[in-house]
Design a binder for this molecule. Structure first.
Ligand code: ACO
Length: 399
């Protein structure tokens, strides 16, 4: 039927699998998901244990190097990442080229891509020293870039990172601190943000990670590959969902639409309306990350006095969905992003920063997956086939 015969002539059978529903692109030892049971493990460790006991830095090490670090290894990793938080002074100027209200996601991906122009000693995927340098440069500098992108979007001066602080502390200070003023860190916010980053740190072959691997399979350097991943994450069906959830909740809060009417619209598939923060390609059960996030939201919103009304609307929508045949039949449950936005908002982040925070969390996963791909001798350049459905040969007018 669909032009399969010509392909068969040259290559044998071709699998047509839109969205790669059933196609594995990699053998990986990093993250395990059982979507039916709602299980997620990094390097064999259950996500719930890591969220409770570990730190984002330690989890980054675990994902990238395969084992939990010793105290000495963790301390060395901490030192090397703290030492590289500064951006090249000329890269600071780069932020001036964007419009004042630029969304920080494209600013982030552009700046990460630009990193490869500054570090020629970090670009060779087959040189171990280059790979190490690009790894810690990336982990150290991306939070600084994120904070700069945010400051740019609100017209405030950027703060140089303070290397006495951890990565998460620097991120908070970089976003909310003001030059010449002491920034008071709230340990509960630091801990909650650290936990959220752990929950986002890897999720096997999701859209952005597959993008990182696909770009990297052409032997593009780590900065270029991760920059592409950030762009993939920007979409509302992926990382952009955390921002979209808040928009949805606020629309209901404003009285534009009642929760009941909204749910009817979703179920009738009106103009593509979806319950944002619900559903997942792999989880056909409660997303284990969403469970942890909901607990965090409960604790933190009580403490920080977050928007109880929005939290209430979110919980009502969840309750309605969990009791509704439409969602039950399709196995649609809250995913990690259903409640994260409410927490970020209570921490003081504006909505356009939500996906940036997701990107910061996913960074060690992208790096680990890119490195695994580069080290795997069976890696080939990613190059899917197609089923041609266009015109057969025809002549140019006049021929
Ligand atoms: N609201 C309403 N219906 C939904 C939703 C939703 N959030 N998600 C899926 N469905 C329905 C679809 O309409 C489809 O119904 P049908 O069988 O009657 O046609 C069925 O469930 C299957 O959905 P697909 O789109 O085929 O599932 P897919 O695996 O391709 O999509 C996705 C997964 C993109 C996450 C989807 O569930 C979605 O759009 N969710 C909302 C956006 C979102 O929260 N994204 C974040 C994903 S997680 C992450 O990146 C952290």
């Amino acid at each position: 039927g669909l032009g399969i015969a010509p392909l068969l002539k040259t290559t044998g059978a071709v699998t047509y699998d839109p969205g790669f529903m059933n196609t594995a692109n990699a053998q990986s030892a990093i993250t395990y998901i059982d979507g039916d049971e709602g299980i997620l493990r990094y390097r064999g460790y259950p996500i719930e244990q890591l969220a409770e006991k570990s730190s984002f830095l330690e989890v980054s090490y675990l994902l990238i190097y395969g084992e939990l670090p010793t105290q000495q290894q963790l301390s060395d990793f901490d030192t090397v990442t703290r030492r590289h938080t500064l951006l090249h002074e000329e890269l600071r100027d780069f932020f001036g080229g964007f419009p004042r209200d630029a969304h920080p996601m494209p600013v982030l991906s552009s700046a990460v891509s630009a990193l490869s122009t500054y570090y020629p000693d970090s670009l060779d995927p087959f040189n171990k020293d280059h790979v190490e340098r690009s790894t810690y440069r990336m982990l150290a500098k991306v939070p600084t870039i994120a904070a700069y992108a945010y400051k740019k979007s609100i017209g405030q001066p950027m703060l140089y990172p303070d290397n006495n602080l951890t990565l998460v502390e620097n991120l908070l200070r970089g976003c909310f601190g003001v030059p010449a003023e002491q920034y008071e860190l709230d340990p509960d916010i630091v801990k909650a943000l650290d936990t959220l980053l752990i929950l986002h740190a890897d999720h096997e072959q999701n859209c952005s990670t597959s993008t990182v691997r696909l770009v990297g399979s052409s032997q593009a350097n780590l900065f270029a590959s991760v920059s592409a991943g950030i762009n993939a994450l920007y979409g509302p069906a992926h990382g952009g969902a955390n921002e979209a959830v808040l928009g949805m909740l606020r629309q209901i809060q404003s009285g534009d639409v009642s929760p009941e009417t909204f749910m009817e619209k979703v179920k009738n598939k009106e103009a593509g309306v979806r319950l944002m923060g619900f559903g997942h390609r792999v989880y056909k059960n409660y997303d284990p990350r969403a469970r942890v996030v909901k607990g965090l939201a409960d604790d933190l919103l009580a403490k920080l006095g977050g928007d109880d009304e929005l939290f209430d609307i979110a919980q009502r929508l969840e309750q309605k969905a969990l009791e509704d045949d439409y969602f039950i039949e399709r196995k649609l449950y809250p995913n990690v992003d259903f409640y994260t936005g409410l927490i970020y908002k209570a921490m003081g982040f504006p909505e356009k920063m939500f996906t940036v925070l997701f990107a910061l969390g996913r960074l060690p996963g992208w790096i680990a997956q890119w490195r695994e791909m580069i080290e795997d001798p069976s890696t080939k350049i990613g190059r899917p086939r197609q089923i041609y459905i266009g015109e057969p040969e025809r002549n140019y007018p006049g021929v």
